[in-house]
Write a protein that binds this ligand. Structure first.
Ligand code: SF4
Length: 333
């Protein structure tokens, strides 16, 4: 059995319904190898499949410009739920729900949740269908369970890399979170956005662990970056070029605040923020990242200069205190 539901039948039906002749298949890193099989599925409908080999980390990175330059009439975007309100090219989102069972990992998380009674549940779109089952296991263990639904993402309990509104909406009413999914990235987002103990139930590795220590280290590192940026004389404000990361207005506003604070500023446009970017401009002392905020946090050790999120920049210019930042969020607008 496949680990993810690629919904081949729905893909075929949608291509036929739209009469699409040229189809761009966009997949996140873990699903890229499936692109070859999916190309065959597309081919069977008579359409020409093109697989995007570029990296794709979120629905913010919809390959609209690429589709337009290739004359594509349908994008099939895998692995994320819809994020952008407007699409210039018709797009079919296939969320690639995981087929793996989560029970064993959730059971393994119970000892780590022993000292807490009220538990919040969070997960990515791949596992939202498992939340009811996970809740049953927790209820059976005598816990109270809350699943947040702030209405800003597609499903209750769902989180995305830069949106933890569901978890935050219930954070005051829970003592700890159980995050269901693989890897630490989203669980760290929950911990950093809510300041609550966060335990991961990883159904792929069938194990459970805490991300608290790592979240504490990131906080310490962010504090150090902000302190360093306060001493910077020249800033560059990075404006993202990906459709869901383009925040020119916010970039201009943050630039104004920096200039009022006596800093010299530049505006840089970027598609991807690589560690090499700060090294190309020796006269720039610090950066403000208005594109994907998680790059600042998760790749911090790779950058040799501070790369602050927009909220962190407000601390650097004295508009927000460190305590307020921690309460608000290091990276969510
Ligand atoms: S901006 Fe970053 S964290 Fe947010 S969806 Fe895009 S890749 Fe993920």
């Amino acid at each position: 059995m496949k680990q993810f539901d690629l919904e081949e039948e729905r893909v075929k039906q949608e291509i036929l319904r739209l009469g699409a002749k040229r189809v761009l298949i966009q997949l996140p890193e873990g699903l890229k190898p499936e692109g070859l099989l999916l190309a065959k599925v597309v081919e069977k409908t008579g359409a020409l499949p093109i697989v995007s080999a570029d990296p794709c980390y979120g629905a913010c990175d919809l390959a609209t410009a690429e589709a337009e330059s290739l004359g594509v009439d349908l994008i099939i975007h895998y692995g994320h739920s819809k994020l952008l309100k407007y699409e210039r090219v018709p797009t079919l989102y296939v969320e690639a729900r995981a087929t793996v069972k989560v029970d064993v990992a959730v059971e393994k998380a119970l000892p780590l949740l022993e000292e807490w009674h009220k538990i919040g549940l969070a997960t990515t779109v791949q596992h939202v269908q498992t939340l009811d089952g996970a809740r049953e296991i927790l209820l059976h263990a005598g816990k109270t369970v809350i699943i947040g639904d702030a209405g800003h993402v597609n499903y209750p309990g769902q989180v995305i890399g830069c949106n933890y509104s569901n978890a935050k909406s219930v954070a005051d009413g829970v003592e700890a979170f159980l995050f269901i999914g693989g890897g630490r990235f989203h669980a760290l987002g929950v911990a950093l956005s809510t300041s609550k103990t966060t335990i991961v139930a990883d159904p792929y590795e069938k194990r459970a662990y805490s991300v608290n220590e790592e979240a504490r280290k990131i906080l310490k590192q962010r504090w150090a970056s902000i302190e360093e940026a306060k001493k910077a004389k020249t800033f560059a404000v990075l404006v993202g070029l990906k459709p869901g990361q383009r925040r020119l207005e916010e970039a201009l506003s943050i630039r104004e605040k920096l200039e009022k604070n006596g800093k010299a500023t530049h505006l840089f446009a970027v598609r991807n923020i690589h560690p090499e970017v700060p090294m190309e401009f020796p006269t720039v002392d610090a950066y403000v990242n208005t594109a994907c905020p998680r790059v600042s946090l998760d790749d911090a050790s790779k950058f040799q200069k501070p790369v602050l999120t927009m909220n962190e920049t407000l601390v650097a210019v004295g508009e927000l205190s460190w305590e307020e930042l921690c309460r608000k969020s290091l990276f969510e607008s």
